[in-house]
Design a protein around this ligand. Structure first.
Ligand SMILES: Nc1ncnc2c1ncn2[C@@H]1O[C@H](COP(=O)(O)OP(=O)(O)OP(=O)(O)O)[C@@H](O)[C@H]1O
Ligand SMILES: Cc1ncc(C[n+]2csc(CCOP(=O)(O)O)c2C)c(N)n1
Ligand SMILES: [Mg+2]
Ligand SMILES: [Mg+2]
Ligand SMILES: [Mg+2]
Length: 323
């Protein structure tokens, strides 16, 4: 398949979003501005850095790459609408594999009513995918990392560490409980869009999505909001069968593992009950895991309280590029 028939093969016949004026097929896409704020983000995924063919099928690579980007829209409280895909394709990739990669994206896009409105196709040494997502949020209502205030409750959705557990099992075949569950959490994470959108009814929430591990993401909230945060390590939600993994790895994955694409954030105590109702309505596991400190110090740090009730600085450690 040449570049042009490839683009034709991935082009949607119709668009779900009524604001599309021009989709795929010209120099750029056009959508008509709404009365809302436009939210956009891009994340890139590179073979052997973000995924390996040994542990992910092309479908999963597509699915997870879009999921990670939608997760950033969720973390801004935005409704997903569009995505653009820039892809570098190695020569050895077969047409069917590419089709499956796009099927993976289309599968998740359909769930979130998103349209593929553009991108770029080039050949190169290893597979690399950059996805730009665009979403909408009512004027002035985007959720920022900078909104945390002293006394807030620190919360997290879902369970942590499952993605790295899945990655571990995929790389170390052996006897593990609930393998399929962990594979799925690694390959097909579910961004918390419904929960994030319903939080629109709350007056103030700081939000961040967990791509690099909660320690890193909490640090980002702490720095952006100029507050210190304390996390009770024992309160961090994990799956029931997570206990099967070595204790050291359990701690490593849940705090620093990343790729769970859950949401972490802070909310005022007064709105905690309202948030719990949102979690119930959207079927989202939600847990209080710490608090924003009242300290007046100029230092904005994240602390972890361990099993022995010792409070220690939590390293800003996670999956960090360019170390
Ligand atoms: N190369 C770059 N050029 C311009 N802006 C960048 C670049 N890399 C990151 N940014 C910006 O820095 C901010 C933080 O980006 P970052 O990638 O850390 O967030 P994230 O997508 O939530 O995390 P992750 O990439 O781990 O999913 C964003 O505003 C992003 O647009
Ligand atoms: C083959 C392979 N090696 C390592 C990992 C782990 N990994 C890669 S990137 C990342 C954090 C998010 O990155 P970013 O900050 O770019 O969003 C993590 C935890 C993986 N999934 N596959
Ligand atoms: Mg990013
Ligand atoms: Mg993010
Ligand atoms: Mg991201």
């Amino acid at each position: 398949m040449d570049e042009f028939s490839f683009i034709n093969s991935i082009k949607q016949q119709t668009y779900k979003q009524s604001s599309v004026v021009k989709g795929i097929g010209d120099d750029a896409a056009v959508f008509r501005n709404t009365s809302q704020d436009i939210v956009t983000a891009v994340d890139t995924f590179v073979e052997e850095v973000h995924f390996s063919r040994a542990t992910m099928d092309p479908f999963h690579i597509g699915y997870r790459s879009l999921a990670a980007n939608i997760s950033d829209l969720a973390a801004m409280g935005a409704t997903p609408a569009f995505y653009l895909v820039s892809i570098v394709i190695p020569k050895h990739w077969a047409d069917e594999e590419l089709t499956k990669l796009y099927k993976g994206m289309d599968n998740l896009a359909t769930i979130h009513n998103m349209d593929l409105i553009g991108g770029d196709t080039v050949s190169g040494k290893e597979l690399s995918i950059s996805i730009t997502v665009i979403g909408f949020v009512s004027k002035g209502n985007a959720r920022y990392r900078s909104s945390a205030k002293p006394g807030d409750i620190l919360f997290v959705t879902g369970t942590l560490g499952d993605s790295q557990a899945g990655f571990h099992i995929l790389n170390n075949p052996g006897r593990f409980k609930e393998k399929e569950y962990y594979y799925n959490k690694h390959r097909m994470p579910e961004p918390r869009v419904a929960f994030a959108l319903e939080l629109g009814s709350l007056s103030r929430v700081a939000l961040n999505d967990i791509s690099d591990g909660i320690a890193n993401e909490a640090n980002e909230i702490s720095e952006a909001s100029k507050v210190s945060i304390t996390i009770y390590e024992d309160k961090l939600p994990t799956s029931t069968s997570y206990k099967q993994f070595p204790v050291k790895l359990q701690r490593e994955w849940k705090l620093f593992g990343g790729e769970d694409f859950e949401l972490v954030g802070t909310v005022a105590k007064a709105e905690w009950e309202a948030m719990k109702l949102v979690a119930e309505r959207t079927n989202t596991p939600l847990k209080e895991v710490g608090y924003v400190d009242f300290s007046k110090s100029d230092e904005h740090k994240v602390f972890g309280v361990n099993q022995k009730n010792k409070k220690k600085l939590l390293e800003k450690k996670g999956y960090t590029h360019l170390e």
